[in-house]
Design a protein around this ligand. Structure first.
Ligand SMILES: [Zn+2]
Length: 96
């Protein structure tokens, strides 16, 4: 799976850590986003997971924000190897 060609990657807000200088692109195939973030490194998230992260951020409940912070730390610890894949059903395993 490769990021969509021909479409410039646009700056955006990382849904996990809210860094304002992330780069977000949408895969041409599949319902997923590719994110490059200074804090979280590189990951791809399904649309459902992506929306869920935004939802947790907007809701601003301590538990949800703490989970996102753990996820950001786990992603950061992985470094810039293979992009982590975040799925709505499995992302919490990374954040545990
Ligand atoms: Zn981030």
């Amino acid at each position: 799976m490769t990021a969509q060609e021909g479409t410039p990657i646009t700056p955006g807000t990382c849904p996990v850590c809210a860094a304002p200088d992330a780069f977000i692109d949408q895969y041409r195939e599949g319902d997923a986003y590719y994110v490059e973030c200074v804090k979280c490194s590189v990951y791809c998230a399904t649309r459902r997971a992506f929306r869920h992260f935004e939802y947790l951020r907007n809701k601003s409940e301590p538990e949800g924000l703490a989970r996102l912070a753990r996820l950001a730390a786990a992603l950061h610890a992985r470094g810039r190897g293979a992009a982590a894949r975040l799925d709505y059903d499995t992302w919490q395993e990374l954040a545990s």
